[in-house]
Design a protein around this ligand. Sequence first.
Ligand code: MV4
Length: 589
Amino acid sequence: MSAFSKVIVANRGEIAVRIFRTLRELGIATVAVYSEADRGSLHVAAADEAYLIGPGPASESYLNQERLLDTAARAGAEAVHPGYGFLAENAGFARACEEAGLVWIGPPPEAIELMGSKTAAREAMRAAGVPIVPGTTDPVDSADAVRLLGEEMGWPIAIKAAAGGGGKGLRVVAGPEEAERAYESARREGEAYFADPTVYVERYLEDPRHVEVQVLADAHGSVIHLGERDCTIQRRHQKLVEETPSPAVEDELRERIGRIGVDAARAVGYRSAGTIEGLLDRDGNYFFLEMNTRIQVEHTVTELVTGLDLVREQVLIAAGEPLLRSQDDLRLTGHAIECRINAEDPSNGFLPSPGRISTYREPAGPGVRVDSGVTAGSEVVGLYDPLVAKLVVHGVDRDHARRRMLRALGEYEIGGVTTLLGFHQALLEHPCFVAGETCHGVVESKELAKRAEQLSHRKTTVAASPDGRLRERVARVELDGRLYEVKALVPEPPFAELARRRRERTAHGAHHGAAKDAVVTPMQGTVLAVEVENGEDVQAGQVICIVEAMKMENEITAHRDGVVTDLSVEPGQPVTTGQVVCVISQNVT
Ligand code: MV4
């Protein structure tokens, strides 16, 4: 006898595939939905049945509530699993599912709603005795109020969007003279992202760790925690590496954080799997930040150290079954690390790198798990999250897991698109990561991007020799029964010289007059910030503006030194692919 006979997954990519695996183990039939852009995707092939939920823009299909409900009815599904992102934290959709007679594999809509407002959540946590970052639980409605709070709490302070989360709208204010600008810009970002300019204020914590607690709550009043995850390695509030246990958490602190997580879940009548996100400061103080009312990307590391299947727990809880384990039954074993394998280019401001995956080979062996949404031939479309796979390892301790991750990263082959494989290798070899430090600043550093690029070219050497006349080609030869990798230097093809001259001409401009080069947006999105002004001198690599696309922030940088002219974008403005942002003219000195 199983919980449900058929479940629909309102999601795509690796998480849809991940959920289908568990459903299959439970003997539950699986239903996929797909957009027109996803017809050939792995998650479609991984399900028993699949339904098109287009037409219309691909980015809207997984958000089309009516279409999803119709499809659930048509397929005869009994329950809906939303995965993460898309409609996972949409209380209205959770309610609509329940009203349509479908079981929502997630928390009660009221809990989603309450946690959706950061100020309401802070107030509820304060009332429940959960420590929150010192600051306001009410909105702050003027720059003067911000200045007053700064004098009261001491500078620096943080301004955050009330409807936000994940660091959206976060502005650090060092002193009273910065209050006005920061207040206005945090409000603009809140408006741009959530159509809600409401902001509030917190004390700014220096060099904190992002530490979160996984909780499970059933419909019968049991709530347990599954230990913490450390997600300190982030870039622009996008997590890149997650691990458990946290290098900064000892048994006693784990118990304290765990109790905080359980108290927080109980206070909002939580049910299902959930995560309490918090900040851990250098003195060991732990503060509630927000609660994520969904399965998270990084749930995998908790699975490896607990031996539990969190999606299975979600499904059984939704079916009304009681938790089978008490807090005392749980044992946390060893150390787990997850690296997010995004199709992004770290040497180009982590710009999305869409394209077709040509060659694809996953690592395997002891302690290695790959949760992937792609295979050889998959098209990585720019419309969606750039996360194509998650590489997760388990070891007896942190250094064992770290070395195992490096070994697995070395085995992983993804051709055709640029990924974070090289970046993760560079990071995990860096002394800051080895030492378990916060690595703030290192993640974004040029040094790491450069090392990442070197590492990602190691296996496919086709670089030109310095004079450009010879190319390296690596071949494998067997000599007297032993395998060798040999580097052959072969002459470049005859057209290469012409192509090089042409490139140089465009790079250096025409012989007479100043060269002009347009900076264009590589993707459709919304301008969040403009970092330069007309007439400003910029250097190659300097950030011109930040464009948000599919919840990711992307830096548009200058490709050459020069002077900015014809700047045509401003914050909040939508832009299309290939739109001219500004022109960079050569400095004529
Ligand atoms: C903060 C903070 C300092 N003080 N809040 C919020 C969402 C998360 N993505 C990062 N957030 C932060 N909130 C206060 N009051 C610093 C950060 C922060 C951060 C925290 C832990 C680990 C890495 C971080 C990177 C950037 C910002």
